[in-house]
Design a protein around this ligand. Structure first.
Ligand SMILES: NC(=O)C1=CN([C@@H]2O[C@H](COP(=O)(O)OP(=O)(O)OC[C@H]3O[C@@H](n4cnc5c(N)ncnc54)[C@H](OP(=O)(O)O)[C@@H]3O)[C@@H](O)[C@H]2O)C=CC1
Ligand SMILES: O=C1OC[C@@H](O)[C@H](O)[C@H]1O
Length: 396
């Protein structure tokens, strides 16, 4: 039997922080491991750029054990100009995403951009317009959406397994109270620093919204797609960023409601052992799906039926670990595989997280932050692209 030659995608990594490392190691993990079985595509890391220095990019390449042939750049401008790069993974703080993703798109590069996609909806719309005009692939890197578990949950909902879904309650809260009025992040840290678009909602609440959206909005038929009405409660931290945000989402035509919660101080999983119960409950009239584990990296689910006599169906979804790469594997490779397949098939957006849905989610977050009076500086909220913005040149 003839074997298909895998489609090869050449990645350029923009930035060298925490998530850049996690994602790049996932790119380098064996795609054939059971549970992933991606025999049709291959990822290559061909270049890495750091706005700090070329040395930092070189250190990153060595640290993640990328091939020695990978090029190290000391600027984002050099990376986007590299003709050997097919797609750029933007791994800067969300304050930078608009300018950095525009830099790549304007240079004719496909883009996978970390969450939160942008700081506001106007920036997200501008990126989508640019990708469309330039016929480029563009996707928000909400990795959770591409987990086999998420795929299965969406299938269960569409098949009517728990009846019509009327409510989803989802929480991602990390228990980082400092017990001194502060939280466990310095004021300069991107989690709470308004200059880096800090705050619980854009960083963590987006995962709670991901569960509300993929269970209540994504599954709606196209003909009756309905944006939610939004009511939010926001507690501001002394830096001006939100430390806790709770959002009620109402889809009146579909008679459904979502509750998306996030907090830096309390925890979804207070003892780290799941004793507090599922942080995500997808509630239908015949039963409910309880998603286990953190909202960003769920580990399994339990389905409890109304007439189940107390019995629950439980399914676990382990993340494949690569024994040849120090047991590495975080589950970010599934989104990378989706990006690769989109490039191979000439698709410019992923059906799993279409451009229009990323924009609606940004609209919801913008509205919640507006209701809470959270404001960010002009340099990170503008939707005017400036290749020489300090966000692109790294001049901090
Ligand atoms: N999907 C997921 O699970 C996760 C996603 N994220 C997302 O990834 C993005 C980056 O987060 P994370 O990796 O934790 O952040 P880090 O602070 O660890 O890294 C960000 C990198 O961006 C570059 N950068 C450029 N300008 C600045 C600046 N002014 N301040 C700080 N860094 C700058 C730096 O790389 P260099 O100097 O090389 O240019 C830096 O190392 C965020 O949008 C976050 O929401 C984060 C964690 C998990
Ligand atoms: O995206 C994320 O997921 C994991 C969290 O720990 C992290 O703060 C966040 O950025």
């Amino acid at each position: 039997m003839a074997t298909e030659t895998p489609y090869k995608v050449r990645w350029g990594i923009m930035a060298t922080g925490w998530i850049a490392e996690v994602f790049t190691k996932d790119l380098l993990a064996n795609p054939l491991l059971p549970g992933r079985d991606a025999s049709d595509i291959r990822h290559e890391v061909v270049a890495v750029a750091s706005s700090s220095s070329k040395d930092r990019a070189a250190e990153f390449i060595a640290k993640v054990k990328a091939p020695e042939t990978a090029k190290a750049y000391g600027s984002y401008h050099e990376l986007v100009a590299d003709p050997d790069v097919d797609i750029i993974y933007v791994a800067t703080p969300h304050s930078h995403h608009f300018q950095n993703a525009m830099l790549a798109l304007e240079a004719g590069k496909n883009v996978l951009c970390e969450k939160a996609l942008t700081v506001n909806a106007a920036q997200a719309r501008k990126l989508v317009e640019t990708a469309r005009a330039k016929n480029l692939f563009f996707m928000e890197a909400v990795w959770t959406r591409y987990f086999p578990l998420s795929v299965k949950v969406r299938e269960l909902i569409k098949s009517g397994a728990i009846g019509p879904v009327y409510r989803t309650v989802a929480d991602l809260s990390i228990g980082a109270d400092g017990f001194n009025g502060l939280v466990d992040f310095d004021d300069s840290h991107r989690m709470v620093n308004p200059e880096l678009a800090g705050g619980a909602l854009l960083d963590l609440g987006i995962y709670a919204l991901t569960w509300v959206f993929q269970t209540l909005y994504h599954v709606q038929p196209e003909a009756t797609k309905e944006k939610p009405q939004v009511v939010a409660a926001v507690t501001k931290y002394h830096t001006g960023a939100d430390e806790a945000t709770s959002i009620l989402l109402h889809f009146p035509q579909h008679r459904s409601q979502g509750v998306a919660l996030t907090s830096l101080r309390v925890a979804s999983d207070i003892d780290g052992r799941g004793t507090a119960g599922a942080a995500i409950r997808i509630q239908g009239s015949l039963g409910e799906i309880q998603v286990l584990g953190p909202a960003y990296r769920p580990t399994g689910y339990r389905i409890v039926y109304k007439k189940g006599n107390g019995k629950a169906e439980v399914a676990e979804f382990p993340i494949p670990k690569d024994p040849e790469r120090d047991g590495w594997g975080q589950g970010m490779f599934w989104e990378a595989d989706e990006a690769a397949r989109c490039l191979r098939d000439g698709r410019k957006e992923s059906e799993t997280l279409p451009w229009s849905e990323s924009i609606v989610i940004m609209e919801v977050m913008e509205e919640a932050l507006r209701q809470g009076g959270v404001e960010y500086p002009e340099v990170i909220t503008t939707d005017v692209f400036d290749p020489q913005s300090p966000l692109n040149t790294g001049k901090r």
